[in-house]
Design a protein around this ligand. Sequence first.
Ligand SMILES: *[C@@H]1O[C@H](CO)[C@@H](O)[C@H](O)[C@H]1NC(C)=O
Length: 396
Amino acid sequence: MPDRRTTVLLSVLLFASAAAFVEELDDSFMETKGDDEIWLIKFYAPWCTFCKQLDPVWHQIGSEYRSLGSPVHVGKSDATANTGLAKEFRVRTYPAILMLKKNIKYNYSGVRTKDGIMDFANRIAGPLVRSLSSVQLFQHAMSRHDVMFVYVGATSPLKAVSLSTLPAVVVFKDGTYFTYSEERDGDLKLWINRERFPNFSQIDSYTLYAMGETGKLVLLALVEEKHLCEESLRYKSLLESVAAEHREIYSREMYFGFMAGSDYISGLVMGEIIVPTFIVVNLSNDGYFLPPGTVQTEQNLLDFLDGVLNGSVQGHGGNGALQRVRRLVYDTRVTLAPVFSHAPLLGCFLVAFPLTIGACFCYLCFKARPTVVDEDGTPLLAPPLGGHKKSKKKSD
Ligand SMILES: *[C@@H]1O[C@H](CO)[C@@H](O)[C@H](O)[C@H]1NC(C)=O
């Protein structure tokens, strides 16, 4: 008995010390937190084993930030109990790791290690703009970022680049750099938004979506998820060299990349896609372009690109009314197909049940419909319900 009490006491103590570094948050969090506070939050469910595995990591992160005196607050929240908060953060899977800074939420989807998570948290918590006061700092920053925007002042020590006019805004990416020009590139903010991706990279569905928001087209080499066949490798390297050699001509209008696995694109084109293939997608209107013939050479690929840009290659998809109907049908089919193949009876039930309910409902509605009466009170369709009512009305 005393043993047991000690254990309980010990675990209470442990819990208390853990709670000191990691705060348990509930639905009142959004109202009670300070405006300028930065939060790193883990959403968990009591039954989720991955969440439990993350506990020690979370505790370490909490204690490290506390001992560093970092402005990052570390918290956790039981998403099954605090559904309001979980909804606010759009938590769909467990554990979900999110950051909140100035009312903007950032989702972490990398590996769940202390280093990975803290790297992410430091990046977001840190100032958005850093001063690169020495060439070493600049080089360090360059080694860590694929794309970097730099404001170069008139007295900058940065001699690595030769710029004709200072001050200038420069983007470093793809092993090169170029400057922003207001008259050529328009609004600075939009330019930064357009240029924030490398010219050629691996693209996942999230990146593709974000690229679409820049208004640029995306030329993809669609390859297998893993174990690329020889043809896929050829497609990939063909695209990479076109992207590098013709960057000047196309980079204003499109991004290049390869995507592993065809699921996302199959969804977009609403059909089977045979990999490897090239495809240009226009995320602004869900449109897409496929090469008219096989692409063997660099010239074939360039012809395809020019065709897309000058309108001679036929576009598909889009967001017209007809496409929306097709999408609705497609989505329903895709959702129901696995159910039918795994459990045909359940599938039939899923389709038949709402239909039956609907039919019953219609039937009942029709039956319960008030008798249609013409101007002087004579029922038109239905037989008279009560003779005396009718005669009373007539006598009025
Ligand atoms: C991509 O979609 C946008 C928006 O509908 C459209 O203005 C643009 O012309 C399209 N680009 C191409 C190459 O079709």
